[in-house]
Design a protein around this ligand. Structure first.
Ligand SMILES: [Zn+2]
Ligand SMILES: [Zn+2]
Length: 250
């Protein structure tokens, strides 16, 4: 299983990274976790436009889903179109919300390009992967994911505040992509995002093998985010996510 970070910028694209998007590959199958603002561009450095086999959307904030609108154009009007519909596992309101974002009526909306399945907490198969979706702690319906294949696992927080469910998803994961949107300061809002310190606490509780801090907000000093994560009890390797980074989990 190979994981490529396409986009790791928090809440909006930064100068060096699009917003959230992670490519997970095994047995020739290509699964995307999120397709946030700007991600469709950087994705083309790694795979062809028509090589996406399935997409999971953690939640419907723009920085996690909005490039589905551009990808609808690719599948519907690109050379050889129309192309087969891509399975999209997403919160219940995704078809209507994305149709509205595109400026389409609800029917057919984007369903000529995408076959939407409503996400619910639980474990299911996508291609060769076993995927577990769990509700995390964010102001809208939001999921974290665990994707497993061949005895290896990657966990992805999506956007979340502190969450026992996230610890479960990341338990013994080889790679934990955990958001660290905040730097520590008094009176941070709860139920929204994590600091680097909190991300590392989740990784420690889960005994995850490697922690990659992601959803990095461009206005933060990222060295501070990393320092805060490194000062806690988590003993595994910790690094900042970077667009283009590849993790071969074997
Ligand atoms: Zn976000
Ligand atoms: Zn969000």
């Amino acid at each position: 299983m190979k994981v490529t970070i396409i986009g790791c910028s928090g809440s909006f694209p930064g100068p060096d990274s699009p917003a959230s998007c992670y490519l997970i590959e095994a047995e020739g199958f290509r699964l995307l976790l999120d397709l946030g603002t700007g991600a469709l561009g950087a994705l083309q450095r790694h795979i062809g436009l028509y090589d996406i086999d399935a997409i999971c959307l953690s939640h419907l904030h723009a920085d996690h889903c909005l490039d589905l609108c551009g990808y609808h154009v690719v599948r519907t009007y690109g050379p050889g179109a129309p192309h087969p519909r891509v399975p999209v596992h997403a919160p219940a309101d995704a078809p209507r919300r994305l149709a509205a974002a595109y400026g389409m009526p609800d029917e057919p909306g984007l369903e000529t390009a995408f076959d939407f399945t409503r996400l619910e907490p639980g474990t299911f198969g996508i291609g060769p992967f076993t995927v577990t979706a769990g509700l995390v702690n964010h102001p809208v319906e939001a999921y974290g994911f665990r994707v497993s294949h061949g005895g290896r696992s990657v966990a992805y927080s999506g956007d979340t505040g502190e969450s026992a469910e996230l610890v479960k998803l990341a338990e013994d994961a080889d790679l934990f992509l955990c958001e660290a949107s905040f730097v520590d300061q008094p009176d941070l809002p709860t139920g929204l995002h994590l600091t680097g310190r909190q991300a590392a606490e989740h990784a420690a509780k889960a005994a995850a093998g490697r922690l990659v801090l992601t959803h990095l907000v461009p206005w933060n000093d990222q060295s501070r985010v990393l320092d805060e994560a490194c000062c806690g009890s988590y003993g595994g390797p910790i690094e900042l996510a970077r667009s283009g980074a590849v993790y071969d989990l074997g």
